[in-house]
Design a protein. Structure first.
Ligand SMILES: Cc1cc2nc3c(=O)[nH]c(=O)nc-3n(C[C@H](O)[C@H](O)[C@H](O)COP(=O)(O)OP(=O)(O)OC[C@H]3O[C@@H](n4cnc5c(N)ncnc54)[C@H](O)[C@@H]3O)c2cc1C
Length: 375
């Protein structure tokens, strides 16, 4: 088998990259380890930027819209209305639609193909693949490899990228508390339990997901269980996986003898360090990598993504050292002007949010800097 580009991993970032490259006329094969195209259900919240990037693709994945956030800490509460709603989507449906789009652009999707290793072969690269159906081996010749195989990427290891740090993310499906609006997401900051936050995101008029990002798998699940008990919520089912922690930009391209290897999505660590959201940033990385493959050089898209991920990392560094007193003060400082800035901009525009927040509430800047430098 041979093609121009072999994409390893048939999930969100890989399928979108394949679609972009196939649409531009390249012969693309996607190698996906799973035997059936039946990704595990996962409720995700994304900004409206997803639709801007995907156009019509992913429309049927929409479960719900969020118009307001409610923030809680230490008995205090703040409400932030969103001018542009956030979208609650079902990942498995999104992946089905991306697969259909990639196939319509001429991409061949090969299921039950687990990538094992890469070997240079003259001007090309040879991918060694295990077939799950009969445990047979296969060789796929490509000019370019795109590693879209998630946080624990085997492509990245095989091509010499260092392993990235990951954290566990656990979510439980619950019935919504009585009287809770299905268009409001709740966020709790409890720094003695997590440097991140707990969330409750409604995915229908009666159900939602409660989640937590932790440091260590079993402890994260136990912390979430205790939180659910305190909130009097019964877990109906759990969703969990490890996600990368972004701490610095890693070049997404490596030359391997005559061929090239790129990384996209979680494999490249393109996850916002503030919220550990990786869908929109994964798609933006895919746009940047497709541009680099098609033009033969890196364009602006990857540079813009790098700046944004770095900014999210700076904010995360500040938040990571927040104590309860910091969060309580932050809630008090969320005056009307500052709240308007949060309402008007999405999480995908952290530069705008920070700049305007600091302009309207300079104490926030001082406050953020103090936390950043651990004063
Ligand atoms: C519970 C949970 C909730 C989340 N919530 C949000 C959210 O609300 N908003 C948001 O933006 N992000 C969220 N995220 C993060 C988001 O889901 C990920 O960033 C995103 O799905 C990553 O997509 P990806 O295509 O890069 O990788 P993945 O979805 O991890 O896909 C990797 C693919 O590669 C395949 N693969 C792996 N190894 C091989 C191999 N050797 N050979 C062939 N194929 C292989 C896998 O089978 C898989 O299909 C959440 C994550 C979790 C775990």
């Amino acid at each position: 088998m041979s093609s121009d580009v072999g994409v390893v991993g048939g999930s969100a970032a890989g399928l979108f990259t394949a679609h972009l490259l196939g649409r531009a006329g390249l012969r693309v094969q996607v190698l996906e380890a799973a035997e059936d195209f039946d990704p595990r259900p996962r409720t995700l919240i994304v900004t409206g930027q997803m639709n801007e990037i995907l156009g019509g693709v992913g429309k049927n994945a929409l479960l719900n819209e969020i118009h307001q956030f409610e923030l809680f800490t230490d008995g205090r509460a703040a409400r932030i209305a969103l001018r542009q709603p956030d979208l609650v989507i079902e990942r498995s449906e999104l992946i089905h639609e991306l697969a259909a789009a990639a196939q319509a652009s001429g991409t061949e999707i090969l299921l039950g193909r687990r990538f094992v290793s890469i070997e240079p072969r003259g001007q090309a690269l040879s991918l060694h693949v295990e077939r799950s159906q009969d445990a047979g081996a296969e060789e796929v010749r490509v000019g370019t490899v795109v590693g879209a195989d998630g946080a624990l990427s085997r492509v990245a290891r095989a091509a010499g990228w260092p392993a990235q740090a990951t954290v566990p993310l656990v979510q439980a499906i619950v019935r919504l508390p009585q009287g809770m609006s299905p268009h409001t997401t709740r966020v709790w900051f409890i720094p003695e339990e997590t440097p991140y936050f707990y969330w409750l995101i409604p995915n229908s008029s009666s159900r939602g997901v409660v989640g937590l990002i932790g440091q260590e798998g079993p402890a994260t699940r136990q912390a979430l269980e205790r939180f659910l008990e305190r909130q009097r919520l019964d877990p109906l089912e759990y969703q969990a996986a490890r996600i990368p922690v972004y701490s610095k930009w890693i070049p997404v391209r490596r030359r391997l003898a005559g061929g090239e290897v790129y990384l996209v999505g979680d494999a490249a660590g393109h996850v916002k360090a503030t919220t550990v959201g990786g869908i929109v940033t994964g798609f933006r990385g895919a746009l940047g990598v497709a541009e680099a493959i098609l033009k033969g050089r890196q364009g602006r898209k990857l540079g813009d993504l790098r700046r944004e991920l770095n900014l999210h990392w700076l904010i995360r560094r500040a938040l990571h050292s927040f104590t309860q007193a910091h969060y309580s003060r932050l809630m008090d400082l969320l005056n009307a002007r500052a709240r308007k800035d949060l309402e008007a901009h999405t999480r995908d525009e952290p530069g705008q949010v920070l700049w305007r927040l600091c302009l309207h509430q300079p104490r926030l800047l001082l406050f953020g800097l103090r936390a950043f430098f651990h004063w």
